[in-house]
Design a binder for this molecule. Structure first.
Ligand SMILES: Cc1ncc(COP(=O)(O)O)c(C=O)c1O
Length: 380
């Protein structure tokens, strides 16, 4: 086998990953000893809620297992329209468009709203889907330091391009902190730019009744603000959404390639998300509950401040230490997440823990006990 052959190249890549402690392995979470989950994003426990599962099953029976075609061909179903109208009304935006995933929603909104005469100003800690969206957009991209409002303003003010987009997450998926959305929206208005804020970790967790950080700041009616989201986290289902003015929705339907050339959202996912939304509307205390649990976990991890949402981020000395902490936690019955380069733009490996509204006080107490044992710098 020559050293330049395809198998040799794969083997060399694998060896390199292994040496750096960066090999990723898939593990079936429904097998083996059940672990208390502090790694997943089902913040409100709705993925297994009987009403949500029943909503998914009913939609599959009514509409079939798949949407069968792109939304523009024959894949738009009345359940898509109902989901879009309900999501828009819930979040306070004038309209919504649903996608087969949050990843596609982000790819779509940036690709369709940018052109060669656009500057895209992207926070350094933006999700991979937004990074890939920038590549797809063929626009000029400036990456600004995390939550650095002055750097965003400078980039907008000095731009040569006619148009500009500012990309942020409302609650950052790995760092767990919040973006200064009110200031950024004001900057967008001042500099004739559009703020695109990903609410993947905000919806269901922050804002009034879980309506998100944009709603909390009264930004959902502003023409220069566009939201994106996912149905796969707080809503316990699958799929993505873009929230904005009807003209934004209409533009995406006509120009967003990841929307146009993709089969419509599966009916079961739409039905599950709709049912989840009804659960959230009927139980507006759920977001408060998840944030209270996040604050308790933060104390156990020795973090000074409670997180802005449900995500806790604990920096670790390196990827091996992070993996060792994950293994120790698993040995004590706890599943925690870990992010290592290249998923962390600053090269810092981190433990990522998520709070869940449905964890019982006994489960929370177990989690706190185990975290006190394994956290660097905290005593047992
Ligand atoms: C911030 C952020 N945006 C977008 C996505 C993509 O969402 P989905 O899983 O629905 O594709 C994720 C999921 O990991 C995320 O964390």
């Amino acid at each position: 086998m020559s050293s330049s052959s395809f198998p040799a190249w794969l083997a060399a890549q694998a060896a390199q990953r292994e040496e750096r402690g960066l090999t990723r392995r898939l593990a079936e979470s429904d097998r083996g000893e059940p672990l208390l989950d502090l790694a997943g994003n089902d913040y409100l426990g709705l993925a297994r809620d009987p009403c949500v599962v029943a909503g998914a099953v009913a939609a599959a029976h009514a509409y079939g297992a798949g949407a069968s075609a792109s939304r523009l061909v024959s894949g738009t179903l009345s359940i898509h329209t109902e989901l879009e109208q309900t999501m828009a009304a819930f979040t306070g935006f004038a309209s919504a468009l649903v996608f087969s995933s949050g990843y596609h929603a982000n790819l779509s909104v940036v690709q369709a709203l940018a052109d060669r005469d656009t500057l895209v100003v992207s926070d350094a800690h933006i999700h991979a889907s937004m990074i890939d969206a920038c590549r797809l957009a063929r626009a000029t991209v400036t990456v600004t330091p995390h939550n650095d409002v002055a750097a965003v303003e400078e980039a907008l003010a000095r731009r040569a391009q006619r148009r500009a987009l500012v990309l942020v997450e409302t609650i950052y998926s790995v760092l767990g902190d919040a973006a200064p959305v009110a200031t950024l929206a004001a900057l967008a208005a001042k500099h004739d730019a559009v703020l695109i804020a990903d609410e993947a970790h905000g919806l269901g967790v922050v804002g009034p009744g879980g309506r998100g950080l944009l709603a909390a700041h009264g930004l959902t009616g502003r023409p220069e603000v566009v939201g994106t989201g996912t149905l796969s986290k707080s809503f316990g289902s699958q799929g993505g959404l873009v929230l904005g003015a009807p003209a934004v929705r209409e533009h995406l339907v006509n120009r967003a390639r990841p929307f146009i050339y993709d089969t419509g959202l599966a009916p079961a996912a739409a039905g599950g998300a709709l049912a989840a939304l009804r659960v959230v509307q009927a139980a507006p205390e759920l977001p408060d509950r998840v944030r209270a649990k996040a604050a308790a976990l933060a104390g156990a991890c020795g973090l000074d401040d409670p997180p802005a949402g449900a995500v806790l981020s604990v920096p670790m000395p390196g990827p091996r230490e992070a993996l060792a902490a994950v293994a120790t936690a698993a040995g004590h019955g706890l599943r925690i997440g870990c992010f290592r380069p290249p998923s962390t733009p600053d090269g810092i490996s981190r433990l990522r823990l998520t709070a869940h509204a449905h964890h019982t006080s006994e489960e929370l107490a177990l989690a706190v006990k185990v975290l006190r044992l394994i956290m660097p710098g905290t005593c047992g």
